[in-house]
Structure formats: structure tokens, C-alpha cells
Design a protein around this ligand. Structure first.
Ligand code: NAD
Ligand code: UDP
Ligand code: UDP
Length: 345
């Protein structure tokens, strides 16, 4: 069965108020929840470029209007301020579900107030309910965090993970694990067409400046001429993916025939000390580091096995860390400069 993702006839029933499509023309109507965030806004750019009609749903918890402002005035783009924890009625063909407070700083600070678990559960349930009602295809952006502190290395999609259910990270990890469960239950129980991506650490322009993730921290610290804060002994590893690679992977997954889950990440593995060295090379050779105590339950290592995505989605990342990092520096410099000007510095 082909999914209802293309409109081949003039479409009359839409509540989105979009311009009707001519007979024979194909245009996909897409919702991106969390589309004003870092990954979401890059995805929106590519969907719009392809010619899709895009509706962004965002409550601006960590997202910013600035990330999508360049589409204002485009009749194929619409921005709705809405919390996915509440139900919503729309008519679309595809739902990319990204909305989620994704940074450790935000979710650990106050997991209840910041509603991480609630967003993952209620938000995902609502988007699946929507997908079920309108026959849309649903894609969940899950995370490598479902593997917890992995006992298998690199991680394959068949690995079930090692997550502490009562730890400070669990609102995020278990929230996403529950979201995956809901997604598969709606697929098996209600016939919803679903896709699951397990995203590994991703970086690029428009990342939140101060959300505490390691790449944004090191890059911002180096630009501000402050020491880069290495947590623990800095020997823990992560694999860093440039955002355009992720967006390509998400779209290949959505438009492909396979449910997943699929690991989407760059297998290049770095210790935090090595990452600091690369940031130093790229931004400021005189940058220094400073050790800080590590946080609880920090995974010791992480690296995706991407053979499944390579084989079934014909996808693999193209941008190595040394090429990707320089691409975010200008954006960070400009925003840091604006911030400083705002403070009257
Ligand atoms: P982000 O914080 O930049 O984007 C998340 C967006 O969701 C923000 O715009 C935020 O305002 C919005 N949002 C949060 N709660 C919401 C709610 N209840 N209702 C509506 N909107 C809400 O983070 P990101 O890095 O772009 O992450 C996007 C998705 O990818 C998330 O689901 C995240 O878990 C997943 N992911 C990201 C990474 C990464 O390294 N960036 C890694 C693994 C998974
Ligand atoms: N939902 C939504 N938009 C829709 C359809 C459903 O937000 O167009 C929400 C609905 O409010 C519910 C959730 O999705 O909270 C799950 O919907 P479903 O129909 O699966 O469950 P039910 O409403 O029967 O409990
Ligand atoms: N980290 C660090 N310095 C920082 C922020 C994070 O050394 O300023 C470490 C952190 O302890 C972890 C790794 O970098 O081992 C990745 O952290 P991040 O929060 O970016 O992602 P996640 O832990 O979710 O993979």
C-alpha cells in the first residue's frame, strides 16, 4: 500500500488553509513537532526546499522563532504555538515528531516542570492518535540514550540497552523508550504507518548556546575565551553527527519502506579530550581545558553501528567532525556577539 503522503488531486478538506494543488501535481503535507528547535528547523528547511507544505508545532520551550523566521510569508509554511501534551486537529500526510526537551541541563534541572516524561508520553500519544485518525505516516525521533550506559559496543539496533530506571537521566531515556513502545503499539494495534530513528549526538548551527551539551559548550567556551569544561577524566566517548547528515537520514527513513528502529549517527568515535583538541584546532589554538566532576549515570562510551541504515535506507553520514565543526562557528560567533551587545558589553 502506498501511504497517503502525496496529494495528486486538488485537496479541499484541509484545515491548514493552504493553496489547493493542481491536478497531477504532488505535494506532501508535513507536520514537524519541535520544528523551531535545532534539528527540526534544519529539517523544515529541507522539506520546504523540496516543495512540501510544512506546519511546525512548537511551544518554544527550547526552540526559537529565529530558527524558522526566514520562512515567514511563505504560503507553504505555517507556525503553530502549541504544546503537544494537548491534543490537536490537523490534516497532513506525514508527522515528524521531534518535540521534546532534549538537553540534559533542561531535563535534569526539573524533570517534572520541564515535562520530559510527560512530553514523551502524552505528546507522542497525541501525535499517534492524530496519525491514526488521518492515516498519516508517523516518525519518532528516539535517541541513542535508549541504550543507556551500553554493555555492547558499538550499539546495534538489536541491543536492548542498560538504563537506570530511577536515575536523573531516566525521564529522558525511559521517556523515549516508552515513546518507542507507544509507536510500535499503534503500529501493531491500529495499523499506523510508523518509523523510528535512534539519533546519536548531533551538532551544527542553531544548537542552543547554553543547553549544556558538550559540543555547544566547548564551541561557545572557546569563542568566549573561557576554558572548555571537561567532565570526569574526559575519556568517555561519543560519536558526533553533523545535522545535515541527520536530516538526510530522517527523510530517507520517512520516505522509505522500513519501520526501523534505525541508528542515525556518525560512527567516528571521540573521547571528550579529543573533541576538545578538535575544537582547539578549529576555533582557537590557545583554548584551554578545565576538569569538572562528571554527572551521574554518564554513559562511558557510545558509537552507532549503522549497517542497517546503510543497507536498507542507503544512507550514511558524509561530514566528518573536522569538516562539520567549522560550519557552526559563524552562527555561534554571531549569536554570542548579539548576546554581549544585548548586555551592553
Ligand atoms: P531542541 O531542544 O533544539 O528541539 C526540541 C524542540 O521541541 C524545541 O523547539 C522545543 O521548543 C520543542 N518542544 C519541547 N517540548 C515541547 C512540547 N511539549 N510541545 C511542543 N514543542 C515542544 O532539540 P533537538 O536537538 O533539535 O532535538 C530534536 C529531537 O531529536 C528530540 O526529540 C531529541 O530527543 C532528538 N534527539 C536529538 C539529539 C541531538 O543530539 N540533537 C540526539 C538524540 C535525539
Ligand atoms: N488525538 C489528537 N488529534 C487527533 C486525534 C487524536 O490530538 O486528531 C489525541 C487524542 O486526544 C488522544 C490521543 O491522541 O488523547 C490518542 O488518540 P486515540 O484515538 O488513539 O485514543 P483515544 O482518544 O481513543 O483514547
Ligand atoms: N560533557 C563534558 N563537558 C561539558 C558537557 C558535557 O565533558 O561541558 C560530557 C558529558 O559528561 C558526556 C559527554 O560530554 O560524557 C556528552 O554529553 P552531552 O550532554 O553532550 O550528551 P549525552 O550525554 O546526552 O550524550
Amino acid at each position: 500500500v502506498t501511504h497517503a503522503s502525496t496529494v495528486t488531486m486538488p485537496y479541499k478538506g484541509s484545515v491548514t488553509g493552504r493553496v489547493p494543488v493542481g491536478i497531477g501535481m504532488k505535494r506532501t503535507r508535513v507536520v514537524v513537532t519541535g520544528g523551531a528547535g535545532f534539528v527540526g528547523s534544519h529539517l523544515v528547511d529541507k522539506l520546504i526546499k523540496r516543495g512540501d507544505d510544512v506546519i511546525v508545532i512548537d511551544n518554544f520551550f527550547t526552540g526559537r522563532k529565529e530558527n524558522v523566521m526566514h520562512h515567514f510569508g511563505n504560503h507553504r509554511f505555517e507556525l503553530i504555538r502549541h504544546d503537544v501534551v494537548e491534543p490537536i486537529l490537523l490534516e497532513v500526510d506525514q508527522i515528524y515528531h521531534l518535540a521534546c526537551p532534549a538537553s540534559p541541563v533542561h531535563y535534569k534541572y526539573n524533570p517534572i516542570l520541564n515535562c520530559d516524561y510527560k512530553t514523551n508520553v502524552m505528546g507522542t500519544l497525541n501525535m499517534l492518535g492524530l496519525a491514526k485518525r488521518i492515516g498519516a505516516r508517523f516518525l519518532l525521533t528516539s535517541t541513542s540514550e535508549v541504550y543507556g550506559d551500553p554493555l555492547e559496543h558499538p550499539q546495534k539496533e538489536t541491543y536492548w540497552g542498560n538504563v537506570n530506571p530511577i536515575g536523573v537521566r531516566s525521564c529522558y531515556d525511559e521517556g523515549k523508550r516508552t515513546a518507542e513502545t507507544l509507536t510500535m503499539d499503534y503500529h501493531r494495534g491500529a495499523g499506523v504507518e510508523v518509523r523510528i530513528a535512534r539519533i546519536f549526538n548531533t551538532y551544527g548551527p542553531r544548537m542552543c548556546l547554553d543547553d549544556g551539551r558538550v559540543v555547544s559548550n566547548f564551541v561557545a567556551q572557546a569563542i568566549r575565551k573561557k576554558p572548555m569544561t571537561v567532565y570526569g577524566d574526559g575519556k568517555q566517548t561519543r560519536s558526533f553527527q553533523y545535522v545535515s547528515d541527520l536530516v538526510d537520514g530522517l527523510m530517507a527513513l520517512m520516505d522509505g519502506e522500513h519501520i526501523g528502529p534505525f541508528n542515525l549517527g556518525n560512527p567516528g568515535e571521540f573521547t571528550m579530550l579529543e573533541l576538545a583538541e578538535v575544537v582547539k584546532e578549529v576555533i582557537d589554538p590557545s583554548a584551554t581545558i578545565e576538569f569538572r566532576a562528571n554527572t551521574a549515570d554518564d554513559p562511558h562510551k557510545r558509537k552507532p553501528d549503522i549497517s542497517r541504515a546503510k543497507e536498507l535506507l542507503n544512507w550514511e553520514p558524509k561530514v566528518p567532525l573536522r569538516d562539520g565543526l567549522p560550519l557552526m562557528v559563524n552562527d555561534f560567533r554571531n549569536r554570542i556577539l548579539n548576546e554581549d551587545e544585548g548586555k551592553g558589553n
